[in-house]
Design a protein around this ligand. Structure first.
Ligand SMILES: [Zn+2]
Length: 441
């Protein structure tokens, strides 16, 4: 009797714990009529602290103002936490947010304002846990309450005034504002009206071509991705651009007048071609091990180069990129010839050395009347059929596509932890035909 009673208590405690870990913090992000942004965190059970899932820096300390004077945001062990100043338990905490654009280290910007007052926010910024963040916790209940005039775009679906969803992983970008999205064959898109005509025209003319090119090579997407392009002025003279992707979403933000004065068409197009490539990489693009990131980043760089060259009928940019990639890859490996160690201090290595690897793979594939897209699709099929998203799966898939010599070298590069990558890449570069124009077929 005693034992079963104890077991029952244990089971109840386990469920309570599971409940707390999975869903006790509810998040409501609010936009008021006067454009002020707030966030409210609530827990049914009193908590001593709320911990943010990710704290790339300490900027919440300055940019989030507690509504009640007895609350604070502190940094403990590298994580930002919410607590009462007296350390007492609480069930709700509310903050006024600074909704300007900032660039965060290794995280997407929490707020990307549009020039007409619209906003693209990153839900991942708001992920928070009761007491502590357990690595297994990956479900977040988020609600946005805006004004009746606001469209809220979540996962390509347009809501009016209010929306709620269950979030996970790195979060999503959510648009809130009075802008009317354009829904066409390619995207659900919101392009800032304050962006220069030249840029808007470039996006509307080239993006459909980029999608069409990838669709022809790798099959059409079975969903319509979202595209967000925003612009905000800056008060401190800073300027620049930052973009990226999250599942099913592409976004780019320009900030500061100088950023849109002289648009670099080449790099903007390359950016879009690279990011759109990630959408077509499928499950195989979700590489999780850092030292394998050359797969999806090098692949996207190569796909971008091929696409750019085909659409603009101009090989020069791609050849320049390849040349720079050679220099950059060798420079990084000069100091540390072990690729696995080199990636720890310089993540650019994935783009440059990765591009070189895909270029060499493509040369061999061409000689065998195949192409890089076919190899990637075979890799994606292997992943769809349960293969891990790793270079080990890739190299097994690549075996029938390339020469035994290259396959053996690649296997060493991937599997041998003591492999000298500097010598490997130097040989790849030295043995490359100089007249190559970088074509797929
Ligand atoms: Zn990328």
């Amino acid at each position: 009797m005693y034992r079963s009673h104890k077991l029952l208590i244990l089971i109840v405690l386990m469920f309570l714990n599971m409940g707390l870990a999975a869903s006790e913090i509810a998040t409501v992000i609010k936009k008021s009529d006067d454009g002020v942004w707030r966030v409210v965190y609530s827990s049914k059970i009193p908590v001593k602290q709320i911990v943010f899932k990710r704290s790339p820096d300490n900027s919440r300390v300055n940019r989030w103002k507690p509504i009640a004077a007895d609350f604070q945001i502190l940094v403990e062990n590298g994580s930002e936490i919410v607590s009462r100043i007296d350390g007492g338990p609480f069930t709700q905490a509310e903050f006024t947010l600074t909704s300007t654009y900032i660039s965060l280290p290794k995280e997407y910007a929490p707020f990307s304002p549009f020039s007409d007052g619209g906003m693209l926010l990153h839900s991942g910024r708001f992920f928070a846990c009761a007491e502590s963040c357990d690595d297994s916790l990956n479900k977040w209940n988020i609600k946005v309450q805006a004004t009746k005039k606001d469209n809220i775009i979540v996962g390509g679906v347009i809501h009016n005034g209010e929306a709620s969803w269950e979030d996970s992983n790195s979060g999503i970008k959510v648009y809130i504002g009075e802008g009317e999205p354009i829904i066409d064959d390619n995207f659900v898109s919101l392009i800032d009206t304050g962006l220069p005509d030249q840029l808007k025209e470039m996006m509307s003319s080239y993006l459909p071509k980029i999608l069409l090119y990838y669709s022809n090579k790798m099959g059409a997407l079975n969903y319509r991705p979202s595209l967000f392009a925003s612009y905000s002025h800056s008060d401190d003279g800073s300027y620049g651009q930052q973009g990226g992707i999250l599942p099913g979403q592409i976004f780019m933000h320009w900030y500061g007048a100088r950023a849109i004065k002289e648009i670099d068409e080449n790099s903007t197009l390359w950016f879009f071609a690279h990011e759109v490539a990630h959408l077509y990489q499928g499950k195989a693009g979700k590489v999780e091990v850092l030292s394998d990131a050359w797969l999806h980043e090098g692949g996207a760089e190569f796909f971008a180069g091929i696409t750019y060259q085909e659409i603009l009928d101009d090989p020069k940019l791609f050849l320049d990129k390849l040349e720079k990639a050679q220099l950059n890859c060798l420079n990084i490996l000069e100091n540390e010839n072990n690729y696995r160690k080199a990636v720890l201090t310089n993540t650019k290595i994935h783009y440059s050395c990765g591009l070189l690897l895909f270029d060499v793979l493509n040369d061999e594939l061409k000689a065998r009347k195949s192409n890089i897209f076919e190899l990637w699709m075979a890799f994606n099929s292997a992943v769809e059929n349960g293969g891990s998203v790793t270079s080990s799966t890739f190299i097994e898939v690549a075996k029938p596509f390339v020469s035994y010599e290259l396959w053996l070298n690649l296997s060493q590069f991937i599997k041998n932890p003591e492999f000298n990558s500097k010598v490997f890449f130097q040989n790849l570069i030295d043995n490359k035909p100089k007249t190559k124009a970088g074509t797929v077929t």
